[in-house]
Every structure is written in structure tokens, then in C-alpha cells.
Design a protein around this ligand. Structure first.
Ligand SMILES: [Zn+2]
Length: 258
């Protein structure tokens, strides 16, 4: 384990534009269940019942969505950043992280201290919501409170429009700006470290390919095998928090030593 940390630390210390890419494995260590895993939300509920078309298309679709959302959001809100989140924030402070591209929607990278402009969210953010009509923004806390008070389908207080969480729903287009920015950063990186992602959800999983095609060193830190392991320069089988925890410390030692 410490050998893995040293190896990663050397790579982070030597890279000019290191980028990390995080997935559900980083969130599960904070107690947020992997929605797509066996026994997870989308194993117990049919994702088609909660897709974008159903949400936009009918009041009944939105009611169903918010019923489920009302049970999931408190779990996200109660979660605390873990050692992996803290390590990324520290690497940024050490000027050893260009940005974090994430598939996670829990806001934990930001809560660990990584500046928001360094977090590229490919699947949105569950702590915010927006009116699709007038664009007014709301915190999810605010919307959650409405639900708790008995509102079953939140509407915009200003214009009566549909309020949608700022997460990407099944069947919804990916956020264009975030996708373009992520691709640009991936192609410009010289070190691309995947942490806690099985790399099976597309188009997010194209990012490591963009990086590798552009010549970056590709590292994969994940508990289970991924389709890209064979093409990676370094593969570490382990838990995100356990592997990442010592990396900033070792980077500090390396950079201090000249
Ligand atoms: Zn509105």
C-alpha cells in the first residue's frame, strides 16, 4: 500500500498537468451507496420510471421522482468528505492538481476544500436545483424543505415553472460545457489518474482515452478491474481513501527534497 502511494506521489510531483477522474468508489467510502451497483437504487427501482422524458413530461413523473429524491437527498447531505476527497484538495494546495473531473453528484470534492472551479461535474450536482422556465437557482436544501412541508411537486415560486435538480437524469443530454471542458483538460493532461471508477458509464468513460491518446500517463486506482486496465501505465487495486491518504504527504516530502 505505501509503495503504491509513493509511486503515485512521484507521478503527481513530476507531472505538469495532473488530472484526476473520480467515480462512485470515492463516494461509497463516505457512505453514499453506489446507485448502479447490485442492491443500489437503480437495481431496486426501474431507471426508466425516473428518466428525463418522464420528469419533464408529466406531473405524475415529477411526483414520482421527488418521492424518491426526498429519501436519497438526506443521505447525500449527511455524508462527509473522506481521505480521498481531502487528498485531492491537498494536492491542489500543493499545486499538484490541475482539476478533478467527477461523475459524482454529491458536492464532496468542494466540501473537502477543492475550489469549485477545479471540479468538473459530468453528471451535475445534487445540492442545487433550477427553474427550467426562468432559470432561477435554488439550493436543494430549500427544495427539500418544501418537500418535507408536504409539497409533492416543487414549482418555481417566481414563475410557477418546473424545478429540476441540477443532476443529469437518465436520458438527459450531458452538460455540454462540462463535457467540453473535461475533454480539453483530459487532452492537455500529462498524468490522468482514475480513482474509484469502473469506467463503464459513457460518455464519461471516454475521458481516460482522450488523455491516453494525447500521451498522458494513465493510472487507475479501483477495487475491481476496469476495461482500461490493460492500456494503463499503473493499476492499483485498492480503496480510494486508503490509497490516496498518504499521497499528499509523500508529495510534500518529494518537493521539499528538491
Ligand atoms: Zn421560474
Amino acid at each position: 500500500m505505501s509503495e503504491d502511494a509513493s509511486r503515485l506521489a512521484r507521478l503527481f510531483a513530476e507531472a505538469r498537468r495532473p488530472v484526476v477522474f473520480t467515480g462512485a468508489g470515492v463516494s461509497t467510502e463516505s457512505g453514499i451507496p453506489d446507485f448502479r451497483s447490485p442492491g443500489g437504487i437503480w437495481d431496486r427501482f426501474d431507471p426508466d420510471e425516473f428518466n428525463y422524458t418522464k420528469f419533464i413530461g408529466s406531473l405524475a413523473g415529477r411526483r414520482k421522482y421527488w418521492q424518491l429524491g426526498r429519501t436519497i437527498y438526506p443521505v447525500i447531505r449527511a455524508a462527509q468528505p473522506n481521505a480521498a476527497h481531502r487528498a485531492f484538495a491537498e494536492l491542489h494546495e500543493l499545486a499538484c492538481l490541475d482539476c478533478c473531473i467527477t461523475q459524482n453528484i454529491d458536492n464532496l470534492h468542494q466540501r473537502a476544500g477543492l475550489p469549485a472551479d477545479r471540479v468538473i461535474e459530468l453528471h451535475g450536482n445534487a445540492t442545487r436545483a433550477r427553474c427550467l422556465e426562468c432559470g432561477a437557482g435554488f439550493t436543494r436544501d430549500e427544495v427539500h424543505e418544501w418537500l418535507e412541508r408536504g409539497v409533492d411537486v416543487p414549482e418555481c415560486p417566481g414563475c410557477g415553472g418546473i424545478i429540476k435538480p441540477e443532476t443529469v437524469l437518465f436520458g438527459e443530454a450531458m452538460p455540454r460545457e462540462a463535457m467540453e471542458e473535461a475533454e480539453r483538460r483530459a487532452r492537455a493532461s500529462d498524468l490522468f489518474v482514475v480513482v474509484g471508477s469502473s469506467l463503464v458509464v459513457y460518455p464519461a468513460a471516454y475521458m481516460p482515452l482522450y488523455a491516453r491518446d494525447a500521451g498522458a500517463t494513465l493510472c487507475i486506482v479501483n477495487l475491481t478491474p476496469t476495461p482500461y486496465d490493460d492500456g494503463a501505465d499503473v493499476v492499483i487495486r485498492g480503496k480510494a481513501g486508503e490509497v490516496m491518504a498518504r499521497v499528499p504527504h509523500e508529495v510534500r516530502a518529494l518537493t521539499r527534497g528538491g
